[in-house]
Write a protein that binds this ligand. Sequence first.
Ligand SMILES: [Zn+2]
Length: 397
Amino acid sequence: MTATSPVQNLATLIRCPSVTPAEGGALTALAAMLEPLGFTVERMVMSEPGTPDVENLYARIGTDGPHLMFAGHTDVVPVGDEAAWTHGPFSAEIAGGEMYGRGAVDMKGGIACFVAAVARHIEKHGPPNGSISFLITGDEEGPSINGTSKLLEWAAARGERWDACLVGEPTNPDQLGDMIKIGRRGSVSGAVTVHGVQGHAAYPHLADNPVRSVIALADALMDPPFDAGTADFQPSNLEVTTIDVGNRAVNVIPARATASFNIRFNDTWTAETVMAEIVRRLEVAAADDRLRPGRAPVRYEIKWAERPSHVFLTRDDRLIASLSSAIEAAIGRVPQLSTTGGTSDARFIKDYCPVVEFGLVGQTMHMVDERVSVADLETLTMIYETFLARWFGNAGT
Ligand SMILES: [Zn+2]
């Protein structure tokens, strides 16, 4: 098997039911594609108390630099209502020019195309002018604890160094070639709890109602805007996601009220400065004596969710230009360089090397009837192949 066909590669991968955290045969299938191409494939299981063990894969061809990493995941989200699928979610059936299956675009399709591109590159040019590695996790759609971040630590600890990374997540909103992601906003979540005194609704002077205060604090978090955005990023934005009082009695003033929030912030901030700004806003709002005339200031505490995601922006001309020009050569349009959307595993990789993301069209990801256009699989493979040749500086490309 030569793995030069993205359609065959993808069919093989889709038929492996690798719903997180199950390996489902997907990494074994991927290893079987890479080993005949000359890759050294290693498999490792990552563990952490309280989370399921997860299988991961690292494969490399070449020993010299420059070293290009392709990163992605073979795990998929659950199928949902299986009966609602037009074709089985692990069947890889093709109908109307589209291949159906869970992971078709997110992101077994991206892996299938990159494998095919590497196979074609090696067929045409021989081994790469440097090294190519695959860093593939089975824990992207899950807690993401036993996946990319541990895999990177593991590889770096034994001396692996990379010059650039391409993540094959579906980045295109409408059509193949729309968008390369060159960065992501950071993300911080937390909850602020206001403490009051429980009591009878008819005797409020004996109680201390936390609800009005939590509303005022929540309002102070959302207004005014944190910034107006930058040339590379959308404005930072905080959303209060829930306010919880848990009180079901109409004649009781509750003892506490909690507002949870999430902020997506641009590179005007760091996780640390944005957290400090949130604390400052809460302090100002809590000290406003119009809120509680004649009473002590609001008593509240803030609890941060674990692990903020840090904002990043990739500025690597060779990486971005090789990819962007490969897209333009294939489809005749220049892709948009974007930092929109949610977080991805690129947030871990950016600590090791410059990283960009480009893959298939994301429209059906996580949905019933996830599917990919067979033509897109061929085009993406062509784009990846041209990108490889340009990034490695092969002549005649
Ligand atoms: Zn994904």
